[in-house]
Write a protein that binds this ligand. Structure first.
Ligand SMILES: [Zn+2]
Length: 227
């Protein structure tokens, strides 16, 4: 599997990361949660066997050499880190997870558990469906309102045909992160739309149930690997 990377995260010396591109092969050695479009955040401070596969859509780790990942094919893969190598996190967020507030939830847990200030946290949003391709309807709007996220909704949609909207989940991720206290300069949103760029990415909206998945990962280096 080939990966694209965030230039911002490349500048952080204590981690490796990658956002997967279209490939039949899922790399081994990565801990993947069982993704359920929910808002549960799992935290590991000591290594766990790679056979772990429990329901969660976000994972935080504070130990080195435990690669964590999420598999996506339109949903946003989001990576989180801080400047001194104390922890990293990975998030799987489609519109449902964003409406449930999984991103602010994992950011607050990260700040509290890892022991950093929000202004020292970095975030990268990988390839996912863009506002160009994510047309949603009234039940989606109603779900955001039900979850108390009408403000997020209104800030991130443009009207489409009657009863439909173009939803910008990447903008929403950035706005939610800044509302938690992250600096704009610590947020990197990669430009790729999975649905537009068929040659490079799987897309659930384009390919349906048969779509493969991109594997996205982040891992803290062992301290002796850090420079
Ligand atoms: Zn698109």
């Amino acid at each position: 599997m080939q990966f694209v990377t965030s230039p911002l995260f490349e500048s952080l010396p204590h981690l490796y990361h990658g956002f997967g591109m279209r490939s039949e092969e899922i790399p081994s050695g990565i801990l993947f949660p069982k993704q359920v479009h929910g808002d549960h955040v799992e935290i590991f401070d000591i290594p766990v066997p790679l056979t772990w596969h429990e329901p969660a859509d976000a994972v935080i780790v504070t130990c080195p050499s435990l690669p964590i990942g999420v598999k996506t094919a339109d949903c946003l893969p989001i990576l989180i880190a801080e400047g001194s190598g104390k922890g990293v996190a990975v998030v799987h967020a489609g519109w449902k997870g964003m409406a449930l507030g999984i991103l602010p939830k994992v950011l607050y847990r990260f700040v509290e558990h890892v022991g950093v200030e929000a202004e020292d946290v970095y975030l990268a949003v990988g390839p996912g469906i863009g506002a160009c391709c994510l047309e949603v309807d009234e039940p989606v709007r109603a779900y955001f309102v039900e979850q108390g996220r009408q403000g997020d909704w209104e800030a991130c949609v443009q009207p489409s045909r009657s009863g439909h909207w173009w939803l910008d989940l990447k903008l929403m991720a950035k706005e939610q992160a800044m509302a938690v206290g992250l600096k704009e300069g610590h947020i990197d949103v990669l430009p790729y739309c999975t649905r537009c760029e068929e040659a490079y990415f799987f897309s659930y909206r384009r390919e349906g149930l048969a779509a493969g998945r991109q594997a996205n990962y982040i891992v803290l280096k062992e301290s002796e690997e850090r420079q």
